[in-house]
Design a protein. Structure first.
Length: 156
């Protein structure tokens, strides 16, 4: 892959990951309009690559594009969230069955750090946002114990 293509891909991935995390962590509220102009300026890109990122997020159901109006964070539906939770539980079971990997010393260290973070979060007056961040970080570490690459991608 050419260096310039690789840099473009890395930039796309960075913007995608950043926006996805903001949506998942509720930094962008459901039904909030995402300004292409503001985001393009923040990430120092034109609106074209930003639209590609938003298209991917829309395909994943995290945003919805309304013709002539803009792009909005998808609304939360408790029934859909319950279905996703059940799916994640099933995928977790599959992860332990399909080529499970032994934890590396680095992963064990990261799990230990998360336990410390749990204890710190438990003492916070409003732990919700910190817990959501910890949950996402935990999932990213846990998925590394799955040796089945298609399952990793589906889980992600």
């Amino acid at each position: 892959m050419k260096p310039s293509v690789n840099r473009l891909r890395q930039r796309f991935d960075l913007i995608y990951t950043t926006l996805r995390e903001r949506i998942c962590l509720l930094e962008y509220q459901p039904n909030e309009r995402l300004s292409e102009e503001v985001l393009a300026e923040e990430f120092a890109v034109s609106r074209t690559p930003l639209r590609r990122v938003l298209g991917r997020l829309e395909a994943e159901g995290l945003v919805e594009s309304r013709h002539g109006v803009g792009t909005f964070v998808s609304d939360l539906d408790i029934d859909s969230l319950e279905e996703v939770y059940r799916l994640r539980m099933g995928l977790a079971t599959l992860g332990s069955e399909l080529n499970p990997q032994d934890p590396t010393p680095e992963l064990l260290r990261r799990f230990s750090e998360m336990i410390e973070r749990c204890n710190e979060i438990a003492s916070l007056p409003d732990p919700k946002a910190s817990f959501v961040r910890l949950n996402l970080d935990y999932f990213q570490v846990l998925i590394q114990l799955v040796g089945n690459e298609p399952l990793q991608q589906i889980s992600e």
